[in-house]
Design a binder for this molecule. Structure first.
Ligand code: NAD
Length: 253
């Protein structure tokens, strides 16, 4: 039977690359995204069905999860990918509403999806959950406190879920992407340049110098690792936070 996969924020970036990765291996994939045109676009990929849902909306997530599980006839892999960069700036200048929004989209959303996936996986006696964290969940990250707090929370959540769910045959891991080449990283570079008063080139160079391999990663690199974690080859891997970042030792640019 083909693998049944749910991915949040699968309309672009890492989520989209992951949807394509699983679909090309024969999986049936249900993705949600807040962006209707991205949903229409990803739905053209064979094996992928997209639905519009905002992961910060509990009712919308309930509908997405229940329709997906019905249509797929169960659920083997849940990929909690949605996450926003949040505001940049010195901590004392941040608006608490922006902090709450970041934590909601990046962390609380994982509770919304997982609480619908877990009963199905428990009944099956098997399942894989992959939560997308970040290298920002492994280090402090100046001027990006809400994002760092959210991603450290994702790793704490992952380890706790692995402990709660292991006895039911459900594995839970986090993947920590480093800087991924693309428009989002350019946005992040711009945020940090504005927050620190330094130039965009200086900040981008700082991000590149953090990485031992001296290059940003590609969305497809993250998709490969998620695919491995969902495979039988990873059957004894759970509760881990796995960086895919070219090796990063610090988030100070
Ligand atoms: P992205 O910014 O490219 O966005 C991907 C999709 O998320 C978009 O189609 C967007 O419409 C959708 N989205 C945004 N808010 C949403 C919401 N509330 N509900 C549903 N969909 C929503 O994302 P990305 O760069 O591929 O990042 C994916 C994950 O990887 C995130 O959790 C992010 O924090 C993490 N990450 C990204 C990078 C990077 O450099 N891009 C690095 C480390 C970690």
């Amino acid at each position: 039977m083909s693998l049944r996969v749910v991915i949040t924020a699968g309309g672009a970036g890492i989520g989209r690359a992951t949807a394509e990765h699983f679909a090309s291996a024969g999986a049936r994939v249900s993705v949600c995204d807040i962006d209707a045109s991205a949903v229409a676009d990803v739905s053209r990929v064979t094996g992928v069905v997209g639905k519009v849902a905002d992961v910060s909306d509990t009712v919308a997530v309930d509908r997405f999860m229940s329709e997906s599980i019905d249509e797929l006839g169960g659920l083997d892999v849940l990929i909690n990918n949605a996450g926003i960069a949040g505001p940049g700036g010195a901590l004392e200048d941040l608006d608490p509403d922006d902090v709450t929004r970041t934590l909601d989209v990046d962390v609380t959303s994982m509770f919304r999806t997982s609480r619908r996936a877990i009963p199905v996986m428990k009944q099956q006696g098997s399942g894989v959950i992959v939560n997308i964290a970040s290298t920002a969940g492994l280090f402090g990250f100046p001027y990006r406190a809400p994002y760092a707090a959210a991603k450290w929370a994702v790793i704490g959540l992952t380890k706790t879920m692995a402990m709660e769910l292991g006895e039911f045959g459900i594995r839970v891991n986090a993947v920590c992407p480093g800087s991924v080449a693309g428009p989002r990283m350019e946005h992040v570079v711009g945020l940090e340049a504005a927050a620190s008063g330094r130039s965009v080139d200086e900040i981008r160079g700082g991000f590149e110098r953090q990485v031992s391999l001296r290059s940003f990663v590609e969305a497809a690199d993250i998709a490969e690792t998620i695919g491995f974690l969902a495979s039988p080859a990873a059957s004894k891997i759970t509760g881990q936070a796995i960086p895919v970042d070219g090796h990063t030792e610090s988030m100070r640019t």
